[in-house]
Ligand binder design. Structure first.
Ligand SMILES: [Mn+2]
Length: 335
Protein backbone atom coordinates (compact mmCIF):
# COMPACT_ATOMS: atom_id res chain seq x y z
CA UNK A 1 0.00 0.00 0.00
CA UNK A 2 1.30 3.44 -0.79
CA UNK A 3 2.42 5.30 2.25
CA UNK A 4 0.81 8.68 2.82
CA UNK A 5 3.57 10.11 4.93
CA UNK A 6 6.30 7.75 6.01
CA UNK A 7 7.97 10.26 8.33
CA UNK A 8 4.95 11.18 10.38
CA UNK A 9 3.81 7.55 10.58
CA UNK A 10 7.15 6.39 11.92
CA UNK A 11 7.22 9.30 14.37
CA UNK A 12 3.78 8.33 15.69
CA UNK A 13 4.85 4.69 16.06
CA UNK A 14 7.99 5.79 17.88
CA UNK A 15 6.03 7.93 20.37
CA UNK A 16 3.42 5.20 20.95
CA UNK A 17 6.15 2.68 21.55
CA UNK A 18 8.00 4.95 23.99
CA UNK A 19 4.89 5.88 26.01
CA UNK A 20 3.49 3.70 28.82
CA UNK A 21 0.16 5.47 29.25
CA UNK A 22 -2.12 6.10 26.28
CA UNK A 23 -5.25 8.22 26.39
CA UNK A 24 -7.13 7.52 23.15
CA UNK A 25 -9.94 9.96 22.45
CA UNK A 26 -13.09 10.00 20.34
CA UNK A 27 -14.80 13.19 19.24
CA UNK A 28 -18.15 14.52 20.50
CA UNK A 29 -21.23 12.81 19.11
CA UNK A 30 -19.10 9.79 18.30
CA UNK A 31 -19.59 8.25 14.86
CA UNK A 32 -18.40 4.90 13.56
CA UNK A 33 -15.10 6.29 12.32
CA UNK A 34 -13.92 7.93 15.53
CA UNK A 35 -15.18 4.99 17.61
CA UNK A 36 -13.62 2.31 15.42
CA UNK A 37 -10.25 4.08 15.26
CA UNK A 38 -10.09 4.78 18.98
CA UNK A 39 -11.14 1.23 19.87
CA UNK A 40 -8.64 -0.34 17.47
CA UNK A 41 -5.75 1.71 18.83
CA UNK A 42 -6.82 1.06 22.43
CA UNK A 43 -7.00 -2.64 21.71
CA UNK A 44 -3.48 -2.52 20.30
CA UNK A 45 -2.30 -0.70 23.42
CA UNK A 46 -3.83 -3.32 25.72
CA UNK A 47 -2.38 -6.10 23.56
CA UNK A 48 1.18 -4.73 23.87
CA UNK A 49 0.94 -4.05 27.60
CA UNK A 50 0.26 -0.31 27.72
CA UNK A 51 -1.89 1.37 30.34
CA UNK A 52 -4.76 2.55 28.12
CA UNK A 53 -7.76 4.81 28.69
CA UNK A 54 -10.30 4.89 25.87
CA UNK A 55 -12.02 8.23 26.41
CA UNK A 56 -15.39 9.34 25.08
CA UNK A 57 -16.75 12.88 25.66
CA UNK A 58 -20.29 11.58 26.15
CA UNK A 59 -22.22 8.37 26.44
CA UNK A 60 -20.83 5.80 24.01
CA UNK A 61 -23.35 5.08 21.22
CA UNK A 62 -25.27 1.86 21.69
CA UNK A 63 -25.01 0.92 18.01
CA UNK A 64 -21.21 0.75 18.12
CA UNK A 65 -20.92 -1.26 21.34
CA UNK A 66 -20.25 -4.36 19.24
CA UNK A 67 -16.85 -2.96 18.29
CA UNK A 68 -15.62 -2.83 21.89
CA UNK A 69 -15.03 -6.60 22.30
CA UNK A 70 -14.03 -6.29 25.94
CA UNK A 71 -12.12 -3.01 25.65
CA UNK A 72 -13.17 -0.76 28.54
CA UNK A 73 -14.15 2.82 27.80
CA UNK A 74 -14.61 5.80 30.05
CA UNK A 75 -16.88 8.81 29.64
CA UNK A 76 -14.63 11.81 30.28
CA UNK A 77 -15.80 15.37 30.73
CA UNK A 78 -12.16 16.48 31.01
CA UNK A 79 -8.72 15.07 30.42
CA UNK A 80 -7.52 13.95 33.88
CA UNK A 81 -5.01 16.36 35.44
CA UNK A 82 -2.73 13.53 36.45
CA UNK A 83 -2.35 12.56 32.83
CA UNK A 84 1.04 14.18 32.54
CA UNK A 85 4.68 13.50 31.76
CA UNK A 86 6.81 12.19 28.98
CA UNK A 87 5.55 8.61 29.38
CA UNK A 88 2.00 9.79 28.59
CA UNK A 89 0.51 10.31 25.14
CA UNK A 90 -2.90 11.59 24.08
CA UNK A 91 -4.15 10.38 20.69
CA UNK A 92 -7.11 12.26 19.25
CA UNK A 93 -8.97 10.39 16.51
CA UNK A 94 -10.97 11.88 13.62
CA UNK A 95 -11.34 15.18 15.50
CA UNK A 96 -10.84 18.37 13.53
CA UNK A 97 -10.48 20.83 16.43
CA UNK A 98 -10.15 21.01 20.23
CA UNK A 99 -13.81 22.05 20.62
CA UNK A 100 -14.90 18.65 19.31
CA UNK A 101 -12.52 16.76 21.64
CA UNK A 102 -12.75 15.90 25.33
CA UNK A 103 -12.18 19.27 26.98
CA UNK A 104 -8.76 20.21 28.24
CA UNK A 105 -6.81 18.93 25.25
CA UNK A 106 -5.03 22.26 24.80
CA UNK A 107 -3.95 22.33 28.46
CA UNK A 108 -2.89 18.68 28.19
CA UNK A 109 -0.58 19.75 25.36
CA UNK A 110 1.57 21.51 27.97
CA UNK A 111 1.92 18.29 29.98
CA UNK A 112 2.32 15.50 27.45
CA UNK A 113 2.53 14.65 23.76
CA UNK A 114 -0.68 15.07 21.76
CA UNK A 115 -1.06 13.12 18.50
CA UNK A 116 -3.80 14.25 16.14
CA UNK A 117 -4.86 11.70 13.47
CA UNK A 118 -7.62 12.93 11.18
CA UNK A 119 -8.93 13.30 7.65
CA UNK A 120 -10.97 16.52 7.99
CA UNK A 121 -9.50 19.15 5.67
CA UNK A 122 -10.28 21.92 8.19
CA UNK A 123 -8.25 20.25 10.95
CA UNK A 124 -6.64 23.01 13.01
CA UNK A 125 -3.40 21.16 13.72
CA UNK A 126 -3.80 21.28 17.52
CA UNK A 127 -1.43 18.37 18.28
CA UNK A 128 2.33 18.15 18.63
CA UNK A 129 2.18 15.61 15.85
CA UNK A 130 -0.54 16.28 13.28
CA UNK A 131 -1.24 13.61 10.69
CA UNK A 132 -4.06 14.89 8.50
CA UNK A 133 -4.92 13.23 5.18
CA UNK A 134 -7.99 14.88 3.63
CA UNK A 135 -8.06 12.38 0.74
CA UNK A 136 -8.65 9.46 3.13
CA UNK A 137 -12.32 8.38 3.04
CA UNK A 138 -12.13 7.70 6.79
CA UNK A 139 -9.60 8.13 9.57
CA UNK A 140 -9.95 4.34 9.70
CA UNK A 141 -7.85 4.14 6.53
CA UNK A 142 -5.04 6.01 8.22
CA UNK A 143 -5.15 3.86 11.35
CA UNK A 144 -5.14 0.77 9.13
CA UNK A 145 -1.99 2.07 7.47
CA UNK A 146 -0.47 2.89 10.87
CA UNK A 147 -1.09 -0.54 12.38
CA UNK A 148 -0.27 -2.44 9.19
CA UNK A 149 3.07 -0.66 9.09
CA UNK A 150 3.87 -1.39 12.73
CA UNK A 151 5.67 -4.38 14.20
CA UNK A 152 2.47 -5.24 16.12
CA UNK A 153 0.13 -5.88 13.19
CA UNK A 154 -3.68 -5.92 13.41
CA UNK A 155 -5.72 -8.39 15.51
CA UNK A 156 -9.07 -9.68 14.18
CA UNK A 157 -11.01 -7.47 16.64
CA UNK A 158 -9.00 -4.43 15.60
CA UNK A 159 -9.56 -5.30 11.94
CA UNK A 160 -13.33 -5.44 12.55
CA UNK A 161 -13.34 -2.07 14.31
CA UNK A 162 -11.31 -0.44 11.53
CA UNK A 163 -13.43 -1.99 8.78
CA UNK A 164 -16.54 -0.64 10.53
CA UNK A 165 -14.84 2.78 10.83
CA UNK A 166 -14.21 2.86 7.09
CA UNK A 167 -17.61 1.65 5.85
CA UNK A 168 -19.55 3.96 8.14
CA UNK A 169 -17.62 6.99 6.88
CA UNK A 170 -17.51 6.20 3.16
CA UNK A 171 -21.03 4.80 2.80
CA UNK A 172 -19.94 1.20 2.18
CA UNK A 173 -17.41 2.38 -0.42
CA UNK A 174 -20.14 4.26 -2.31
CA UNK A 175 -19.29 7.90 -1.48
CA UNK A 176 -17.02 9.80 -3.87
CA UNK A 177 -14.37 9.81 -1.12
CA UNK A 178 -13.84 6.04 -1.68
CA UNK A 179 -10.60 5.38 -3.50
CA UNK A 180 -8.31 2.53 -4.47
CA UNK A 181 -6.64 3.21 -1.11
CA UNK A 182 -9.96 2.55 0.67
CA UNK A 183 -10.25 -0.80 -1.06
CA UNK A 184 -6.62 -1.65 -0.34
CA UNK A 185 -7.35 -1.05 3.33
CA UNK A 186 -10.33 -3.40 3.06
CA UNK A 187 -8.03 -6.11 1.68
CA UNK A 188 -5.59 -5.64 4.56
CA UNK A 189 -8.39 -5.72 7.14
CA UNK A 190 -10.17 -8.77 5.71
CA UNK A 191 -6.86 -10.60 5.59
CA UNK A 192 -6.33 -9.60 9.24
CA UNK A 193 -9.66 -11.19 10.18
CA UNK A 194 -12.40 -8.62 9.57
CA UNK A 195 -15.68 -10.24 8.48
CA UNK A 196 -17.59 -7.75 6.27
CA UNK A 197 -20.87 -9.69 6.44
CA UNK A 198 -20.87 -9.73 10.26
CA UNK A 199 -20.02 -6.02 10.41
CA UNK A 200 -22.78 -5.18 7.93
CA UNK A 201 -25.22 -7.14 10.04
CA UNK A 202 -24.17 -5.31 13.22
CA UNK A 203 -24.43 -1.95 11.49
CA UNK A 204 -27.56 -2.47 9.44
CA UNK A 205 -29.77 -4.50 11.74
CA UNK A 206 -29.60 -2.41 14.88
CA UNK A 207 -32.59 -0.08 14.55
CA UNK A 208 -35.05 0.41 17.35
CA UNK A 209 -38.72 0.77 16.54
CA UNK A 210 -38.51 4.16 18.24
CA UNK A 211 -35.94 5.41 15.77
CA UNK A 212 -38.23 4.37 12.89
CA UNK A 213 -41.05 6.33 14.54
CA UNK A 214 -38.79 9.37 14.75
CA UNK A 215 -37.74 8.95 11.11
CA UNK A 216 -41.40 8.67 10.10
CA UNK A 217 -42.07 12.11 11.56
CA UNK A 218 -38.98 13.52 9.89
CA UNK A 219 -39.69 12.03 6.44
CA UNK A 220 -43.18 13.51 6.59
CA UNK A 221 -41.58 16.97 6.70
CA UNK A 222 -39.19 16.59 3.74
CA UNK A 223 -39.23 19.78 1.70
CA UNK A 224 -37.62 20.19 -1.70
CA UNK A 225 -36.85 23.71 -2.91
CA UNK A 226 -34.60 25.76 -5.17
CA UNK A 227 -35.78 24.12 -8.41
CA UNK A 228 -35.42 20.68 -6.87
CA UNK A 229 -31.72 21.03 -6.03
CA UNK A 230 -32.09 21.47 -2.26
CA UNK A 231 -33.96 19.55 0.42
CA UNK A 232 -34.43 19.84 4.18
CA UNK A 233 -36.26 18.18 7.03
CA UNK A 234 -36.23 18.87 10.76
CA UNK A 235 -36.69 17.46 14.25
CA UNK A 236 -38.08 19.39 17.23
CA UNK A 237 -36.99 18.62 20.77
CA UNK A 238 -40.48 17.29 21.47
CA UNK A 239 -40.02 14.66 18.73
CA UNK A 240 -37.08 13.17 20.63
CA UNK A 241 -39.06 13.21 23.88
CA UNK A 242 -42.23 11.73 22.42
CA UNK A 243 -40.46 8.92 20.55
CA UNK A 244 -37.93 8.23 23.34
CA UNK A 245 -34.99 8.82 20.99
CA UNK A 246 -31.83 10.91 21.01
CA UNK A 247 -29.64 12.58 18.45
CA UNK A 248 -27.82 9.27 18.12
CA UNK A 249 -30.89 7.94 16.30
CA UNK A 250 -30.33 10.52 13.54
CA UNK A 251 -26.82 9.63 12.38
CA UNK A 252 -26.74 9.69 8.57
CA UNK A 253 -30.50 10.29 8.44
CA UNK A 254 -29.80 13.32 6.23
CA UNK A 255 -28.43 11.00 3.52
CA UNK A 256 -31.99 9.93 2.69
CA UNK A 257 -32.63 13.40 1.25
CA UNK A 258 -29.85 12.91 -1.29
CA UNK A 259 -31.75 9.88 -2.56
CA UNK A 260 -34.43 12.20 -3.93
CA UNK A 261 -33.78 12.49 -7.65
CA UNK A 262 -32.10 15.78 -8.53
CA UNK A 263 -31.27 16.87 -4.95
CA UNK A 264 -27.65 18.01 -4.59
CA UNK A 265 -27.70 19.80 -1.25
CA UNK A 266 -29.51 18.43 1.80
CA UNK A 267 -29.86 19.36 5.45
CA UNK A 268 -31.30 17.92 8.64
CA UNK A 269 -32.02 20.42 11.43
CA UNK A 270 -32.27 18.98 14.92
CA UNK A 271 -33.38 21.15 17.81
CA UNK A 272 -31.15 20.74 20.85
CA UNK A 273 -30.43 22.41 24.17
CA UNK A 274 -27.76 24.70 22.76
CA UNK A 275 -29.29 25.60 19.40
CA UNK A 276 -30.18 23.85 16.20
CA UNK A 277 -27.69 21.24 15.05
CA UNK A 278 -27.52 21.05 11.24
CA UNK A 279 -26.17 18.07 9.28
CA UNK A 280 -25.40 18.97 5.68
CA UNK A 281 -24.67 16.71 2.71
CA UNK A 282 -23.99 17.62 -0.90
CA UNK A 283 -23.12 16.29 -4.32
CA UNK A 284 -20.71 17.97 -6.70
CA UNK A 285 -20.68 20.86 -7.57
CA UNK A 286 -22.46 21.92 -4.38
CA UNK A 287 -20.29 22.34 -1.31
CA UNK A 288 -21.88 21.48 2.04
CA UNK A 289 -18.88 22.85 3.90
CA UNK A 290 -19.31 26.31 2.39
CA UNK A 291 -22.88 26.46 3.63
CA UNK A 292 -21.88 25.18 7.10
CA UNK A 293 -19.10 27.77 7.24
CA UNK A 294 -21.66 30.57 6.84
CA UNK A 295 -22.91 29.55 10.29
CA UNK A 296 -19.49 28.97 11.84
CA UNK A 297 -19.41 25.22 11.14
CA UNK A 298 -17.12 23.02 9.07
CA UNK A 299 -16.29 19.49 7.99
CA UNK A 300 -15.85 17.87 4.60
CA UNK A 301 -16.79 19.34 1.21
CA UNK A 302 -19.64 16.85 0.82
CA UNK A 303 -20.51 16.26 4.50
CA UNK A 304 -20.41 18.93 7.14
CA UNK A 305 -22.29 20.46 10.01
CA UNK A 306 -22.93 23.55 12.08
CA UNK A 307 -24.98 24.80 15.01
CA UNK A 308 -27.34 27.73 14.58
CA UNK A 309 -28.15 29.41 17.88
CA UNK A 310 -31.65 30.56 16.95
CA UNK A 311 -35.14 29.18 17.51
CA UNK A 312 -35.85 26.24 15.20
CA UNK A 313 -38.14 28.20 12.86
CA UNK A 314 -35.63 31.04 12.39
CA UNK A 315 -32.71 28.65 12.01
CA UNK A 316 -34.58 26.75 9.34
CA UNK A 317 -35.41 29.83 7.29
CA UNK A 318 -31.87 31.24 7.60
CA UNK A 319 -30.46 27.90 6.51
CA UNK A 320 -32.84 27.50 3.57
CA UNK A 321 -31.99 31.01 2.35
CA UNK A 322 -28.28 30.21 2.53
CA UNK A 323 -28.76 26.89 0.73
CA UNK A 324 -30.78 28.58 -1.99
CA UNK A 325 -28.13 31.25 -2.53
CA UNK A 326 -25.39 28.60 -2.62
CA UNK A 327 -27.39 26.61 -5.17
CA UNK A 328 -27.78 29.61 -7.46
CA UNK A 329 -24.07 30.44 -7.23
CA UNK A 330 -23.12 26.84 -8.08
CA UNK A 331 -25.66 26.17 -10.79
CA UNK A 332 -26.27 29.51 -12.54
CA UNK A 333 -26.96 27.86 -15.89
CA UNK A 334 -29.93 26.03 -14.41
CA UNK A 335 -31.65 29.14 -13.17
MN1 LIG B 1 -14.26 10.46 9.87
Amino acid sequence: MKNHAADVVSEILRVLSASDRWLVLMHEKPDGDTAGCAIALSSLGVRIGKDVILGCPEQFPQKYLFMLRGIQHRVLDRIPDDFSGERCVVVSMDTSNPERAVSGIEEARERCTVINIDHHPDNTGYGHINWVVPTASATGEMVTELLAGSEWGISPDEANALYAAIVTDNGNFCFPSSSSQSHECAVILVEAGAVPGDIAEELETNLSVNSLKLWGRVFERATVFSDGFCAVFWIARSDFLETCTTRQDTENLVNFLLRIKGVKLAALCGEGDDGVRVNLRSRFPMNAREVAARFGGGGHVLASGCTIREPLKDALSALMAEMESHASSCLPSNK
